[in-house]
Design a protein around this ligand. Sequence first.
Ligand code: MSP
Length: 489
Amino acid sequence: MKFCMPKKPKFYITTPIYYVNDKPHIGHVYTTIAADVIARLYRELKYDVFFLTGTDEYSLKGVKAAKERKMDAKKYIDEMAATWRETLLSFNLTFDRFIRTTSPEHRKAVELFYNRVKTKGDIYEGAYEGLYCEGCEEFLTEKDLIDEKCPDHLKKPKKIKEKNLFFRASRYRDALLAHIQQHPEFIAPLSRQNEMVNYIQNHFGDISITRQNYEWGIPVPDRPGDVIYVWFDALINYLSGIGFGVDEDKFTRFWPADVHLIGKGISKFHCALWPAMLLAADLPLPKQVYAHGYFTVDGKKVGKSLGNAIDPLDIKKEYSVDVFRYFVLREITFGQDGDFSLKRLKERYESDLANDYGNLVSRFCMMAETFLDGRVASVKTEPVKDRAQKLMQEFKFSEALELVWERFAWANGYIDSEKPWELAKRADGREKIQEVLGKIFFTLKDCAETLLSVMPDSSQRVLDSLSQEKIQKVEEPLFPKKDEKNFNF
Ligand code: MSP
């Protein structure tokens, strides 16, 4: 008889793939950190996780940036893609694959996808005339402009007139609206749903998906000289990243995605164009598109093309990765817009991390060792892990962190009111100190476990210093005698 182990449930999460015309800024790292926290959390919950990120390399912006630097486009883009990958890795981001749209597998997937949609009769030839913003990689209408300029990139769009192929997206409008109605979780947070429904009802229609005479892009299989429109190509990364057309087992295991995590600025592409493309290709739709907010830096909009982007690597010179990961998720309510400032980062580092958490660990370790030789009582405390993890699964990171910090506040207050250093002076005080420090021990352990996905490195160090099995019995020493008196993040 053959026994089969039950298969673990799967969880597939993606970030946008990033343009490589410049280095990453903190906004890009922000999205990828949030995805990483979710990926780590689901791994802890024993899911078979696939976490995909990568670079969107066929944008004209990349070629332009190469030209400005008098570099060969391919060479520049290869170098930038490596920089992106390394920067993201240096933030302890555990993606399973870094997909590049210039890779042969991705090109194969795009060709396969294009042919499927074409066979379906959803691609036709038409003439296109419009205003194209290279920053957005999108046609804009007069209505979108302010002072004749794109409001996001502050540049005048180009007039383009050409014969293109169109994708018959209008055919899927009703199916899409019905899907959104039947699956209220499809567009998250819920507050973004109305805006998208309104867009699909009133503005979403057939879209030009090829460009004439571009040297940079995936060639249209049956139209030499033309290339596929960068968004039609880029969205397909969510399929090519898990082996569409190359590794059917992997593809069927992970598709549909459980969540596409994006910034709100690219919601239209993900909530309208992408699902319409999937319907045309007879593929299931992702379970959720979660669009988070944007943050400003010191009150100003941040962007590569606006020139005020903070280099995440500069922050790393002063603070550890864990500090930055904690800060962005605690400071900005995920899903909403917020502001990033180095001043707030310093404040939160000093108050929340060094003071509330770090001092608690150091105080506890010192007292347990000094007063009890590491032996604390095994007592019950109020655990926070399950509730906090549930909040994180709903992308409510700051609420989850608040719960944990409430426990730290409780623990610090409890130590102050019980005063173990005074109990230590009493002949009968030992049992009480064991109980007090036992409660602190289990609170710290529960909190550090909860924080593993957000602050993986420091949480693991806290857990190591608490080495749990040694305190199960009061008679056994809690710590190997090592110096944990100053806990640094
Ligand atoms: N290449 C497209 C996405 C294609 S996905 C199939 C693109 N790239 S991008 O380089 O411009 O990255 C945009 C993403 O970066 C946003 O969706 C968001 O996730 C992140 N952010 C960029 N600036 C940001 C802020 N100021 N604040 C928060 N996130 C930001 O669009």
